[in-house]
Design a protein around this ligand. Structure first.
Ligand code: NDP
Ligand code: GFR
Length: 312
C-alpha cells in the first residue's frame, strides 16, 4: 500500500522539525506548510529549504488565508500540527481552529494529529491557574475535531528530555546543576521522560495504524518511567559526582509562584502536577488509549542514561 502523504503545519518548530525528519525517514511523501508570515526569519527559511533538500515539498500558505489551507490539506492524507504551546499569551494553540475548518471543508483527511505532545489535557481539568490555559485550549481543539468528525490521534508525549531531563528537572534551566539539585518533595514521584526524536518516530508510526484511530497514544515506555531521584542518580553515575540534594515541600514550591511572571507561574503549575501529584503516571491507560512502546516494540527508544551523555 502506498505510504500516506503527510502535511506538517508548524514544521520549523522544536517538535515540528523532528516530525518532518521522521516522516521523510519512514518514507512518507512529506509536505511542509511555508507560512507567508515568516517574512525575514532567515533561520526558518533555511530550515524549510533544508527540508526541500531532504525531499519534502513546501506548500505556501497562511492562517490568514483559508483557501490556502484548504488547498494544502487537499494534497495530502494526513495532517500533523505542531503549533507552539508555550506562547500562551497569543493563544497559538487556538489557531488550529482555522486548520480544522480547512480540514473539514477539504474532506479528504484520513488522520489529524493536533498539537498536543505533552500531558493529557483530558486529565487536567483540575490544573492550577494560570497554567491550566494550556490544557483548556487543547481541550477546545479536541472538541472542535470531534464535532467535525475528523479522524484523529492525540499524542500524549509526557516530558521532553530537552526541558526536563537535561536540567535534572530544575526550573529555569536546561543543563544539569553543578553542585546542588532541588528535589520536589522526596523526589520519589514517577514521571515519564521522552527523547524528542522518539516522540516524532512514534507519531509517524501511528498515522496509518487503525489501532490508534480516534484514540490517544501515550508515550510512557517502562524504562523511561523514572522518579526525579532515579534521574539524578543516573546523572551522578555518569558524571561520577554526587550532588547536594535540597528537598522543597509542595507548599513552598507553590508559594514561589507569587514572585514569578506569567510564564514562570505556568511552569511552576505544570511542574507541580508532574512532580508532586504524579499526573503522568497515576493512572492506567484505559480503552481510550494505547501505549506506544507496547504497540511498536521494534522502536529502540532512547533511555535517559543515553540521553544525558551529551550533557557531560
Ligand atoms: P514552537 O514554539 O517550536 O513553535 C512551533 C511552530 O508553531 C512554529 O515553528 C510556527 O510554525 C508555529 N507558530 C508559532 N506562532 C504561530 C503563529 N502566530 N501563527 C502560525 N503558526 C505559528 O512549538 P513547540 O515545538 O515547542 O511545541 C509544540 C507542541 O509541543 C505544543 O503543543 C507544546 O505544548 C508541546 N510541548 C511539549 C513539551 C513537553 O515537554 N512535553 C515541551 C515543549 C512543547 P512555522 O514552522 O510554520 O513557523
Ligand atoms: C510535560 O507536558 C507539557 C510541558 C505540556 O503538556 C505543556 C507544556 C509543557 C512545557 C513545560 C512546562 O510549561 O514544555 C516545557 C516546559 C516549559 C518550562 C520549562 C516552563 C518553565 C520552566 O522553568 C521550564 O524549565 C525547564
Amino acid at each position: 500500500m502506498a505510504k500516506s502523504k503527510v502535511l506538517v503545519v508548524g514544521g520549523t518548530g522544536y517538535v515540528g522539525k523532528r516530525i518532518v525528519k521522521a516522516s521523510l525517514e519512514q518514507g512518507h511523501p512529506t509536505y511542509v506548510l511555508q507560512r507567508a508570515e515568516i517574512g525575514l526569519d532567515i533561520d526558518k527559511l533555511q530550515i524549510l529549504l533544508s527540508f526541500k533538500e531532504q525531499g519534502a515539498c513546501l506548500l505556501e500558505g497562511s492562517f490568514a488565508d483559508h483557501q490556502s489551507l484548504v488547498d494544502a490539506v487537499k494534497k495530502v492524507d494526513v495532517v500533523i500540527c505542531t503549533m507552539s504551546g508555550v506562547h500562551f499569551r497569543s493563544h497559538n494553540i487556538l489557531l488550529q481552529l482555522k486548520l480544522i475548518e480547512a480540514i473539514k471543508e477539504a474532506g479528504n483527511v484520513k488522520r489529524f494529529l493536533p498539537s498536543e505532545f505533552g500531558m493529557d489535557p483530558s486529565r487536567m481539568a483540575h490544573a492550577l491557574e494560570p497554567g491550566r490555559i494550556t490544557f483548556d485550549e487543547k481541550m477546545e481543539i479536541r472538541r472542535a475535531i470531534e464535532d467535525a468528525n475528523i479522524p484523529f490521534t492525540y499524542v500524549v508525549a509526557n516530558c521532553f528530555g530537552g526541558y526536563f531531563v537535561g536540567s535534572l528537572s530544575q526550573l529555569e534551566r536546561l543543563t544539569p546543576p553543578k553542585e546542588t539539585v532541588r528535589l520536589y518533595g522526596g523526589g520519589n514521584v514517577k514521571v515519564a521522560f521522552m527523547d524528542e526524536d522518539d516522540v516524532a518516530t512514534y507519531a509517524i508510526k501511528t498515522i496509518d495504524d487503525p489501532r490508534t484511530l480516534n484514540k490517544t497514544l501515550h508515550l510512557r515506555p517502562p524504562q523511561n518511567t523514572l522518579t526525579q531521584r532515579q534521574l539524578i542518580e543516573t546523572w551522578e553515575k555518569l558524571c561520577g559526582k554526587k550532588l547536594e540534594k535540597i528537598s522543597i515541600s509542595a507548599q513552598d514550591f507553590l508559594a514561589s509562584m507569587k514572585c514569578m511572571d506569567l510564564a514562570g507561574q505556568v511552569g511552576v503549575g505544570h511542574f507541580y502536577h508532574i512532580f508532586y501529584e504524579g499526573c503522568l503516571t497515576n493512572f492506567e491507560i484505559g480503552e481510550e488509549g494505547e501505549e506506544a512502546s507496547e504497540l511498536y516494540p521494534e522502536v529502540k527508544y532512547t533511555r535517559m542514561d543515553q540521553y544525558l551523555k551529551i550533557y557531560l
